[in-house]
Ligand binder design. Sequence first.
Ligand code: S6P
Ligand code: ZN
Length: 190
Amino acid sequence: MKDIEKILATFDPATGRMDGAPLTQRFLHDLRRCFHDAAAFEQAAAAGNPLIYTVAGVEPGAGDGDLHYGVGMIMPGRIGDEYYMTKGHLHSWREAAEVYCGLAGEGVMLLEDEDGGNSRMVPLGAGKVVYVPGRTAHRTMNTGTVPLTYIGIYPAKAGHDYSTIARKNFTSIVVERNGAPAMVRRGTKA
Ligand code: S6P
Ligand code: ZN
C-alpha cells in the first residue's frame, strides 16, 4: 500500500490550497487571447496582472490504473462581460474522462466536443458533480462573487493538450447577461 502522504491530503475548500501539493498559479497575462473582448483584456492587462486561478495538483502514481487530481480555485471577476476562467484544455489521451466536484462558490463549465460542433454550459458549485466525457474540451468559469473551488479527478495518463485550445479557442463563450451567465457563440452579439 502507498505511503499515507499519497493516500490522504488535506485542503481548504474556501481557498483551494492543499498542504504539500505543488500550486500552479495563472495570472491575467497568462490568459492572453482567451477572452473575446481584446480591448477589455488589454485595458485590464495594462492596469495590472491579477491572479486569476490556481490548481493544487496531486499525482500519487503514474501507472495505467492510477488517478491524478487537482483542487482548483478561480477568483471572481470579469474581463468585459466574460467571466474569469481557466485556459481550458483537451486531454492528450483523448479518451480520458474527468469528474469535477464543486466545493464552494458559484460557477459553470463550458464543455465542447472536439470538433466544436456541440457546446454545453453546465453549473458547477457546492453540491454539483460534472462528468466530463472523453474528447471534450473543458473550461471553468467563476460566475459568482467569492472564489469558486472544485476538485477534478482524472486518469494519470490523461495529459493536458493546451495547444489545440490556444490555436482554435472554444467555439462558445460564457458572458454575463442581465446578471446571469449565458453561453453564446463566439463572435455573435446576444
Ligand atoms: C485537469 C483538470 C483541472 C484543470 C484546472 C485548470 O485535467 O481539468 O485540474 O487543470 O481546472 O484548468 P486548465 O485548463 O488551466 O488546466
Ligand atoms: Zn481536464
